[in-house]
Design a protein around this ligand. Structure first.
Ligand code: ZN
Length: 357
């Protein structure tokens, strides 16, 4: 998109005509422009000859579930969403073992801070797709000033800062989807850790064979003993030390830096919501889980005998509500066809969380 400074006498319709845009597309790209007030000279607008997705016959979404959703699709989608929705803030919180950026997105400016992440586990990449679908629909609702599932998107923006890390484990996702490239620096190890199979679609760990959701300093030693993994592998190995892996360390650092009021980690599968940790959860966490359960149709479950997960650490360290949401049902990796169904469960859950955080 290009920037345009309005001149005396300009109206939205005239600017739209000049650039060959639909007026709706111009409004969508410029949420600060009022439909009912006159345009002041000197206003900055974003203009483009490209159609804005979701407006007048353009593709319904930028974020498409027509192929397995990996780090390349994610980064292309982030670029395109930022292009159309300049109020979306994007940054990088760290790098994976293989040097891939771990992207973070922020939308909203309210006092309450909600963090949602996806794809901790490599073969649960459908959660990244669903989270990005939600982000796009939210952005479009903001820019078009239309309700999102009955909620006023501008009220949500003013109430809640939503912080997303849509793919915690980009190396693992790529491995689960594409296998080992011939020149992969860990190629030999990965094949060995994968019990000499070159099919990685069941892989959950990062590219060093560490389960990132077993990496957090919340009774980590007990989790290691319980899992009893001999070493790196597709799942269940907690690593050599808590936060030894850059992906887990980046997420912990972000969480400390931003003092989130609530966190939600999206996993698959089971249609369940885990909400407690060793009696450290704050009063009201169970009630919140019930609300999220009613919104999504998923079952709140009080879990025992599990440690060192991201939400465990968050609850123990900050004494604030943290949730693991097991999306969808079936065998991981869940088929792409489930993305729309999961979205229908998770979008209301996320909106409820934004209202309750
Ligand atoms: Zn998982």
């Amino acid at each position: 998109m290009d920037r345009y400074i309005s001149r005396p006498g300009d109206t939205v319709l005239r600017i739209a005509e000049r650039f060959g845009m639909e007026a709706e597309a111009l409004y969508a790209a410029n949420p600060h422009v009022s439909r009912t007030r006159h345009l002041a000279a000197g206003s900055e607008l974003l203009v483009s000859r490209q159609a804005v997705p979701g407006v007048f016959g353009a593709e319904a979404r930028i974020v498409r579930g027509n192929a397995e959703y990996g780090p390349r699709q994610l980064s292309a989608d982030i670029d395109r969403l930022r292009h159309f929705y300049p109020f979306l803030q994007a940054g990088v919180i760290g790098q994976s073992v293989m040097g891939k950026p771990i992207g973070a997105l922020r939308i909203g400016y309210g006092k309450r801070r909600l963090h949602v992440n996806a794809s901790f586990h490599a073969n649960e990449w459908i959660t990244s797709l669903v989270l990005m679908m939600f982000l796009e629909d939210y952005c479009r609702a903001v820019s078009q000033r239309t309700p999102i599932r009955g909620c006023d998107p501008r009220e949500l923006m003013g109430r809640t800062q939503l912080w997303l890390v849509p793919m915690v484990n980009p190396d693992g996702v790529e491995l689960a989807q594409e296998g080992v490239a011939p020149a992969h620096p860990f190629g030999g190890d990965l094949i060995r850790w994968n019990r000499y199979s070159d099919r990685f679609f069941r892989w959950k760990a990062n590219v060093r064979g560490v389960d990132l959701n077993d990496q957090f300093p919340a009774h980590w030693e007990e989790e290691c003993a319980r899992r009893a993994a001999e070493g790196p592998g597709p799942r269940d190995y907690s690593g050599e030390a808590p936060l030894s892996e850059p992906e887990a360390a980046a997420l912990a650092a972000l969480t400390i830096r931003q003092s989130f009021d609530m966190v939600i980690a999206l996993h698959t599968q089971g249609q369940e919501i885990y909400w407690n940790y060793r009696d450290c959860e704050p009063a009201g966490a169970g009630e919140l889980a019930d609300r999220l359960g009613r919104a999504s149709g998923y079952h709140p479950v009080k879990l025992h005998g599990s440690d060192a997960g991201y939400k465990d650490w968050f609850i123990q360290r900050f004494r604030k509500p943290g949730f693991t949401v097991e999306c969808g049902v079936g065998v991981n990796p869940l088929p792409l066809l489930q993305a729309d169904d999961i979205y229908d469960d998770i979008a209301p859950l996320l909106l409820e969380a934004m209202l309750r955080v």
